[in-house]
Design a protein around this ligand. Structure first.
Ligand SMILES: [Fe+2]
Length: 481
């Protein structure tokens, strides 16, 4: 008997034991992604959607919930599911049901039952209604599986937000199903709160915008599990829908089979969930796909944003969220200024704050108004390169330097925030202590620490704090009306 065989004989039982336990684990935890709350297609303070992912076997799920403590348990509608069966990934299902009749702003309990056995139980938080104060957390460029991302996930949870917004780059590198599984769900929906993550997604809804790492990869023949953004988020579909190859959406590369697998699973979310809007409390949110493949001079897009902001006439606050900042002082991505073209529309629509990411640090602009002098100049990477690297948009800005967020809280213009220090490697830490390198529109700039944004809205008062990964407040300001 050779040494290899002896080793196999000795280790054989161990392999069997491992196979047995892995199997048991799978049986005990039937989820690929544990239950998470979403605002849904038609958000309301009385309802939330509950989603989870599970293997492609068995439909014997039941969801029960208790709108308030000691109330009778209610049975949610029978969960529906969409099958995701793309090449290279074991088919799975995204399950969903609605939790209705919630009490605005109140905690509720819910549990998920499979085959008659409770497999998940927790508490959630219903959305706030117009006259209730609320808190939200914002961070972008997050799903990178870094220690900072994990710590910030815990901090965000401990900040007790009512909801979370992510201005893009949800998952690195390519927004793949496989990347969501290692870099996203286990961290933002962990069973415990510690430096590896927190049960954030099961407690409050997260609302996301598409970043370049989420929707840039459109070659489904090479990456069949790309564009998972369109499978997993249950958000409004009330915006402008582009057409492939048109001014808002680039063409996709996909065989007939790969395309069918994608569209069967994405449903209406593709192409509608790129631009959308919703109301939360007394605020209106406009979410835009800001990827450079979009033509921001497109009249249809501009008209939709204009109309959407005009429709928010009853909202006290108007917030806009997208990925690519127009007003960025970091060297990285400096030339990607294309979203500046939308500033006049935001100003006409009385936008208060624009939340962005993409640049992996924190920046706050002075309140400003901006007049682009033309549609901008496309830059390419180098001699002979054809791929556009960015669009430089020069123009005239007016800065409100009298606003300080403490004694003067009435900004003249829009405050543009970059909150892209949510987990991925920081950009340009060398500029942190080099104000000479900041553009004139930049008021605050922190590029040497990961951080996230906490915003409190109480009627006509908005208070924003930027908290670093060590829990230290690095910026704060208040806006009043
Ligand atoms: Fe990005």
């Amino acid at each position: 008997m050779n040494a290899k065989r002896i080793l196999l004989l000795l280790l054989g039982p161990l392999f069997v034991a491992q196979a047995c336990c892995a199997q048991d684990k799978k049986t005990d935890d039937p989820f690929i992604a544990r239950p998470y709350l979403q605002i849904g297609r038609t958000p309301s303070p009385e309802s939330l959607q509950l989603l989870w992912h599970a293997f492609d076997t068995g439909n014997d799920w039941v969801v029960e919930y208790q709108p308030k403590a000691n109330a009778p348990w209610k049975k949610a509608d029978t969960p529906t599911s969409v099958r995701v069966a793309v090449a290279g990934i074991e088919p799975h299902r995204v399950f969903q049901t609605a939790l209705t009749g919630l009490i605005p702003g109140s905690k509720f309990s819910y549990r998920v039952v499979k085959a008659g056995k409770v497999v998940f139980t927790t508490e959630g938080q219903a959305s706030k209604k117009t006259d209730q104060p609320y808190r939200f957390v914002a961070f972008a460029d997050i799903g990178a599986e870094t220690p900072a991302q994990k710590k910030l996930a815990s901090q965000a949870y401990l900040a007790k937000p009512d909801f979370v917004v992510v201005p893009g780059d949800i998952v690195y590198e390519r927004g793949l199903i496989s990347e969501y599984r290692s870099r996203f769900w286990p961290i933002y929906n962990a069973n415990q709160v510690d430096t590896s993550g927190a049960p954030l997604l099961r407690s409050v809804p997260m609302v996301v915008a598409p970043g370049n790492h989420d929707t840039d990869t459109r070659d489904l023949d090479k990456y069949p599990d790309a564009l998972a953004y369109y499978y997993y988020w249950n958000q409004p579909l009330n915006g402008i829908a582009g057409t492939e190859g048109g001014p808002l959406v680039p063409s996709m590369t996909a065989s007939a089979d790969n395309r069918k697998a994608f569209t069967d699973a994405a449903g209406e979310a593709y192409l509608k969930m790129s631009n959308y809007s919703f109301d939360y409390g007394n605020s209106h949110w406009t979410v835009i796909d800001s990827n450079p493949y979009v033509d921001f001079t497109d009249k249809g897009l501009q008209d939709w944003i204009t109309a959407d902001l005009a429709s928010a006439k009853d909202a006290t606050w108007r917030f806009v969220m997208f990925h690519h900042p127009g007003f960025n002082s970091a060297r990285e991505h400096y030339e990607q200024q294309h979203t500046r073209l939308l500033s006049p529309i935001f100003e006409a629509g009385k936008v208060d704050v624009v939340f962005t990411g993409h640049v992996h640090n924190y920046q706050r602009s002075y309140p400003l108004t901006f007049v682009p002098d033309k549609k901008g100049v496309l830059l390419v990477a180098s001699m002979g390169a054809k791929m556009a690297r960015g669009r430089v948009v020069n123009g005239r800005w007016t800065l409100d330097k009298a606003f300080n967020g403490t004694t003067n809280t009435r900004p003249k213009g829009i405050i543009y925030l970059v909150t892209g220090a949510g987990g991925q490697t920081l950009y340009n830490p060398e500029q942190n202590s080099d104000p000479d390198s900041w553009q004139r529109f930049t008021d605050k700039f922190y590029s040497n620490v990961h951080s996230f944004t906490v915003a409190d809205v109480n009627g006509k008062t908005l208070s924003i704090r930027q908290i670093d990964v060590n829990g230290k407040e690095i910026d704060s300001f208040t806006v009043t009306k």
